[in-house]
Design a protein around this ligand. Structure first.
Ligand SMILES: NC(=O)c1ccc[n+]([C@@H]2O[C@H](COP(=O)([O-])OP(=O)(O)OC[C@H]3O[C@@H](n4cnc5c(N)ncnc54)[C@H](OP(=O)(O)O)[C@@H]3O)[C@@H](O)[C@H]2O)c1
Ligand SMILES: O=P(O)(O)OC[C@H](O)CO
Length: 307
């Protein structure tokens, strides 16, 4: 059955999600600030509203939608970030603005260029409303895009968000040519750090071993297609952050996420050694090699995700 889907945000990810839904035979309207149609027109009659704007666009878009009467639409959020002013996740912002509507989080190892090239990929749709998650699953699932459901939306969202910080570290690791052992150690301990943060905020450990956690961590920490990886790689090669961002194709959410994360973790006493070094590196408070040395020279400890 044809479903009416409005996709907000015509960047790399919004365009790809619109393409996948169209390929499944749905009626899809894509909106960006450059569109000639108004947001109200694009959303009229929509059954599903997919938001794929970058983090900085979430609040402005939510505010515009508040004035529209949208009925029982299901919101699907595909943004991976944390709001700097409130520290909320995108789904928390959507749910707070539309408490009567179902919100579904979509996240996974989904480098848009590979999907656009027709390569197979898998993702996760997480929600407190499993009926809504199952509906969204059927809308996007295909022979090239396998969609799983999950009942831990916060875990799904945090996996996708926190791995961006680790991808910056991984890019720096490769830029410094530290080798495969170092990269494996970084990704493994990065996952432990993500689980520690996620558990503290109420997400389930198991979720982080799934596609939106470990899966997305592996994809972004190993692919030069990842914008976050490119940021870390460029910093390790001695480039300035401003220069890297000016030449980047699209958004590297990890830059903002690391700042918000460090602020929250300091407030809440969460031990985040890798993310803290990434944040210092982005702020030019430490060189890439000094960040590595700080991590290697910490006190020894048991292997656990606990502090
Ligand atoms: N690309 C991927 O492979 C991928 C995969 C999974 C998830 N994601 C996540 O999806 C989100 C978007 O990524 P992207 O790669 O599509 O980024 P992008 O190519 O940089 O596009 C960002 C989009 O956000 C919109 N936007 C920014 N500020 C806005 C505002 N104030 N009001 C309305 N729209 C605004 C932009 O609109 P304009 O065009 O009008 O500037 C653009 O459509 C990010 O959170 C990213 O982490 C990306
Ligand atoms: O290019 P990145 O680093 O934003 O990564 C894109 C997606 O999050 C990969 O799943």
């Amino acid at each position: 059955m044809e479903t009416k889907i409005a996709v907000i945000g015509a960047g790399a990810w919004g365009s790809t999600l619109a393409f996948l839904a169209k390929a499944n035979g749905h009626q899809v309207h894509l909106w960006s600030r450059q569109s000639s149609s108004t947001l109200a027109d694009v959303l009229a009659d929509a059954d599903i509203v997919v938001s794929a704007v970058s983090m900085k666009g979430v609040r402005p878009v939510v505010e515009q939608l508040r004035s529209l009467s949208l009925g029982k639409v299901i919101f699907v959020t595909a943004t991976k970030g944390l709001d700097p002013s409130t520290t909320c996740t995108p789904s928390q912002i959507w749910q707070a603005a539309f408490p009567a509507n179902s919100v579904v989080v979509l996240a996974g190892p989904n480098l848009s260029k590979e999907i656009q090239a027709g390569l197979p990929a898998a993702t996760v749709v997480g929600s407190n409303d499993m009926a809504a998650a199952k509906l969204v699953q059927t809308l996007f699932n295909s022979s090239r895009f396998r969609v799983y459901t999950n009942d831990d939306p916060l875990g799904v969202e945090l996996g996708g968000t926190l791995k961006n910080v680790m991808a910056i570290a991984a890019g720096a690791c490769d830029g410094l040519q530290l080798g495969t052992n170092a990269k494996a150690a970084l990704v493994t301990r990065g996952l432990a750090e993500i689980i520690r943060i996620g558990n503290h905020w109420g997400a389930k450990t198991d979720t982080f071993y799934g596609l939106s956690g470990l899966g997305d961590l592996l994809a972004t920490c190993n692919s030069p297609l990842s914008r976050n990886y490119q940021v870390g790689y460029g910093l390790a090669k001695g480039k300035k952050l401003t220069e890297i961002l000016a030449n980047l194709e699209g958004t590297a959410e990890g830059v903002n996420t690391s700042q918000v994360l460090v602020h929250l973790a300091n407030q809440q006493g969460i031990y985040i050694p890798i993310s803290a070094q990434v944040d210092r590196l982005l702020k030019e408070e430490v060189t890439p090699q000094a960040a590595v040395d700080s991590l290697m020279l910490r006190d020894v400890k048991p292997e656990t995700h606990l502090p």
